[in-house]
Design a protein around this ligand. Structure first.
Ligand code: SPV
Ligand code: MG
Length: 288
């Protein structure tokens, strides 16, 4: 599993990764042709109706991860937030995700409990650089033997600490053994990420999450040359919310399901997504 993502990155290509909050959304991402699935903390928190602020336990997220890995063939990148504590917590948690079949894990340099990155006025505090290097080393050790990709995420730009601090932290995280550096930005234009990428001279490639600056298309990202993974981090839950709102409102407006029936996914479509045909074939073979 890890190899498919690593192979793509090593080949100098851009891996496109879509968010998921359950196996069904992951399967739809695979069906659409994405290279990987992002087991998003934000999406899972939203699915539970709570803020993305370290409120869900890691086992809740791990259960989702296991369920997704069982149902899709594309690699999974697990969003581990801050690693749920210090380097000891990171080692414990990363080991569990590696054994669950994650291709990659992301840990971010914020304090625990974290606050979500794109919320205006949110609490954004970073741990010391050396402390986070220890967390990266613990993640590396826990993933050894699983071909696990360790992605270090700096929130320096999210915390308004500037490009110099982001570059300094990125270099320190590469030195500690990270395979890739996720650089997150909340600016509404791609300028900050483009400037960071231009100045990045580190030995490891970059990962971006262009939620705030959607103008940065894949063609433009490829042209920047140093970015190997783009994560569309919340488009599964946002698409689901738009679709459900629209259909639920139409049913209330129409006084029944007679109008929407033809324009939403059919029950047969859902049977296909559940792989019912495979179960029926197994019934023929084994039930006697
Ligand atoms: C997530 O999807 O959980 C992320 C990306 O970490 S963001 O919400 O932008 O922090
Ligand atoms: Mg997250």
């Amino acid at each position: 599993m890890a190899n498919a993502l690593r192979d793509k990155i090593d080949a100098g290509e851009l891996a496109t990764v879509m968010a998921a909050h359950n196996p069904l959304s992951a399967r739809l991402a695979e069906e659409a042709g994405f290279d990987g699935v992002w087991a998003s903390g934000f999406e899972l928190s939203a699915a539970y109706g709570v803020p993305d602020a370290s409120l869900l336990s890691f086992t809740t997220h791990l259960d989702m991860t296991r369920a997704i890995v069982e149902q899709v063939g594309i690699p999974l990148i697990a969003d581990l937030d801050t690693g749920y504590g210090n380097a000891i917590n990171v080692g414990h948690v990363v080991g569990a995700y590696a054994r669950a079949g994650s291709a990659a894990v992301v840990i971010e340099d914020k304090t625990f409990p974290k606050d979500t990155s794109l919320l205006a006025g949110a609490r954004q505090e970073l741990v010391r650089t050396a402390e986070f290097q220890g967390k990266i080393e613990a993640a590396r050790a826990a993933g050894a033997g699983h071909d696990l990709i360790v992605i270090a995420r700096t929130e320096a730009l999210i915390a308004d600490l500037g490009i110099e601090e982001a570059l300094r932290r990125g270099a320190a995280y590469a030195e500690a053994g990270a395979d890739l550096l996720l650089i997150h930005s909340k600016q509404k234009s791609p300028d900050e990420i483009v400037a960071f990428t231009g100045r990045w001279q580190g030995p490891i490639p970059l990962v971006i999450v262009p939620t705030a600056y959607p103008q940065l298309t894949e063609a433009k990202i490829r042209a920047l040359d140093k970015i190997r993974v783009v994560i569309y981090a919340n488009h599964a839950v946002r698409a689901a919310v738009s679709a459900m709102r629209e259909v639920f409102a139409a049913i209330r407006h129409d006084g029944g399901i007679h109008q929407v029936d033809q324009r939403i996914a059919s029950v047969e479509d859902i049977f296909d997504l559940q792989r019912v045909a495979a179960m029926k074939a197994a019934e023929k073979k084994y039930l006697r």
